[in-house]
Write a protein that binds this ligand. Structure first.
Ligand code: FAD
Length: 285
């Protein structure tokens, strides 16, 4: 079944995982996946290192999800560093494995890169290529409720999102956004711009101080007052921080569900125990 068909019937529920580095074993992530499957995720997405650095591991994980028969694998895929020829080969490999859902991205530039060094400069070009050459894929695209950090304006960023829809994008997966009011404002703006794709909202569990700050900074994401208070009050005490962060994440999930969303996607950070606590406390499964 296609993720977009699931979203027409109910709010989809899913996880993101990231593959291990090439020298590390696969087993811990396979074990993590077994724990995550217990929550019956409609799909599990797997990240892909821009520049293709971990393409092999990504494929191993997507294949493992497919072979488990327990969820739909969605591969992330970036144009950075990828020629058309390489993209064709890799997309053929995914389809041969039965992986027919893809999050089509430009990717973040590895340090020191200028331009994509590949055949496509922006995600909309990759989306068009996939749609025209591999129509079997259901295509997700990234959306930024707080505007992509490189975009000159919201209008420009929304125009580019519309280009991804026009090129063949089927649904949106959102970037980290702690501010749910900002999300609702953005949804209104993109709907006015004729963007009709369903929206799968990404939730980043707040588990420790430094990554929480780092991710907000790197994505250009605001830190609302209640999260700033947790950072200020518990920043020096990892256990208390995690406890308060999990409670905060549960509240975020409820706020997003109340705002009306088509899908809830938890960036699992490969931490099934913490994620399980959050899901149970949120009463999701
Ligand atoms: P684009 O849509 O191409 O946009 C990039 C910038 O260019 C934006 O500022 C946009 O406004 C502008 N732009 C877009 N099209 C045009 C155009 N035609 N002309 C001029 N300007 C344009 N990164 C990874 O490397 N690996 C991952 O696995 C990964 N997973 C992600 C998962 C999710 C859910 C999200 C939301 C992001 C993920 N990313 C990942 C990060 C993503 O690659 C970055 O946000 C990247 O900087 C932009 O990717 P994009 O697909 O949004 O790019």
């Amino acid at each position: 079944m296609k993720v977009t068909e699931i979203m027409k019937k109910k709010m989809s529920f899913s996880f993101e995982v990231f593959p291990p580095k090439s020298e590390q074993p696969l087993e811990p992530l396979l074990d993590t996946l077994e724990h995550l499957y217990k929550f019956n995720p409609d799909f599990v997405s797997c990240t892909y290192g821009a520049g293709g650095s971990n393409a092999g591991r990504n494929m191993e994980i997507c294949k493992a999800i497919k072979d488990s028969g327990k969820s739909i694998p969605v591969t992330h895929y970036t144009c950075i560093g990828n020629t058309k020829e390489k993209i064709r080969e890799e997309l053929e490999t995914y389809l041969a494995m039965g992986v027919d859902h893809i999050l089509a991205l430009r990717g973040d530039f590895p340090k020191g890169w200028e331009g994509t060094r590949g055949d496509f400069n922006y995600a909309n070009e990759l989306v068009a290529y996939i749609k025209n050459n591999f129509p079997e894929f259901t295509i997700a695209v990234a959306g930024n409720p707080e505007k992509h950090f490189e975009a000159a304006s919201f209008d420009a960023d929304i125009t580019h999102l519309r280009m991804k829809q026009d090129a063949g994008g089927d649904y949106i997966m959102t970037q980290l956004c702690h501010d749910v009011d900002q999300y609702s404002w953005w949804v209104e703006r993109i709907r006015k711009a004729g963007i009709t794709m369903p929206i799968d909202v990404g939730i980043m569990p707040v588990l420790s101080k430094d990554p929480t700050i780092r991710m907000a900074v790197s994505n250009g994401s605001a830190v609302p007052r209640d999260l700033a208070e947790i950072i200020g009050r518990y920043g020096d005490n990892p256990d208390d921080f995690k406890k308060a962060g999990k409670e905060y994440t549960v509240k975020q999930i409820h706020k997003y569900i109340n705002a009306g969303i088509d899908g809830l996607h938890i960036y699992s950070l490969n931490r099934w125990k913490d994620v399980s606590d959050i899901i149970q406390a949120a009463g999701l499964r």
